[in-house]
Design a protein around this ligand. Structure first.
Ligand SMILES: C[S@@+](CC[C@H](N)C(=O)[O-])C[C@H]1O[C@@H](n2cnc3c(N)ncnc32)[C@H](O)[C@@H]1O
Length: 303
């Protein structure tokens, strides 16, 4: 079936398409796209549900209901964007992370399931009841907000260099009723306001850690995410290096650093932390069996 915005219109109110037909057309478009989606059905349901403001179940409960012209036009634009490879989360403007429903936009990374492991690891550390925790490179606020949602007495702050990401994180804090989490704009720990900087019990970070030459940068969602959220110099280790050194200056005795890193950076990160004077250094594996999160504890000695 040849589909276009004009061809779809047979009245100023109703399009010629039912919900079921719209889903079928979208799935056909996704299958014919240059890089076909491997989740065509789900993508179609999410996008149509988003446009109609209904849950996916409702699409199947009333499959014969006609959609309006403007709904069809919005849907069709999203389908075309998805065919170009744009991430579903950016098209919907939201992403689930931990127990939170977060807004996302192109200012920063879409929070990943791997990063939930980082949250899990931090929640498992022996931190004080009123711990001071800082998330460096906070992006949408995912990590800081997830931690704060689990520990009402923790004092959690986030820093990001991108002003739009900071503004997004503040929006998410308010959406999640977690306004007590403060977000600052700045260059890693230099962006921390004085009251949030010392003594820290935990520095957590999912920094940019991909090498600029990594072929994965040309594939999937990352093509649409900001390079400043993904890439770091020195084979992806440059920002991890800066953060580890800053943590050594800011952590209280026995305070923790917890870093997400690339699947092939576990040994390098563990070696870096040990060489800076961290102890209890260990690495956790993600659900795909890759070394993903390395932690270490600071001792009573300045780097
Ligand atoms: C991999 S993203 C992580 C975002 C978020 N924490 C998450 O896990 O979804 C890295 C973040 O670090 C921020 N960033 C990059 N360089 C920075 C710097 N020099 N100082 C502060 N933040 C920086 C980016 O803007 C981006 O939001």
């Amino acid at each position: 079936m040849k589909v276009s915005l004009e061809a779809s219109v047979n009245s100023s109110l109703e399009s010629s398409y039912t919900r079921e037909q719209a889903l079928t057309i979208a799935k056909q478009e996704f299958a014919a796209a240059t890089s076909p989606s491997d989740s065509a059905r789900l993508d179609a349901e999410l996008l149509l549900g988003h446009v109609l403001c209904v849950a996916s179940a409702s699409l199947y409960a009333w499959p014969d209901k006609r959609i309006t012209v403007s709904q069809w036009q919005s849907f069709w634009r999203l389908v075309q964007d998805r065919c170009l490879g744009k991430p579903i989360a950016y098209l919907l403007g939201r992403q689930g992370f931990w127990t939170l429903d977060l807004q996302v936009n192109v200012s920063t990374l879409i929070p990943r399931p791997e990063t939930e492991l980082l949250v899990e690891v931090v929640l498992g550390l022996n931190l004080p009841v009123q711990a001071n925790v800082v998330d460096l490179g906070s992006g949408s606020g995912a990590i800081a907000l997830a931690l704060a949602s689990e520990h009402l007495q923790w004092n959690v702050a986030g820093v990001d260099q991108c002003p739009d990401a900071v503004s997004l994180a503040k929006t998410n804090a308010s959406k999640c009723n977690l306004e007590r989490v403060k977000f600052y704009q700045g260059n890693w720990a230099q962006g921390l306001a004085k009251e949030a900087s010392k003594p820290l019990h935990c520095v957590v970070s999912n920094p940019p850690y991909i090498d600029a030459e990594d072929p994965h940068l040309q594939q999937g969602d990352v093509r649409f995410e900001p390079i400043s959220a993904l890439v770091a110099g020195d084979y992806g280790m440059a920002d991890i290096n800066i953060i580890a050194r800053q943590a050594a200056q800011l952590l209280a005795v026995d305070g923790w650093i917890a870093l997400e890193h690339g699947y092939d950076q576990g040994l390098k990160v563990a070696h870096l932390l040990t060489s800076l004077g961290f102890y209890s250094v260990s690495t956790e594996y993600d659900y795909n069996g890759h070394p993903r999160v390395t932690v270490g504890q600071w001792q009573n000695k300045r780097a």
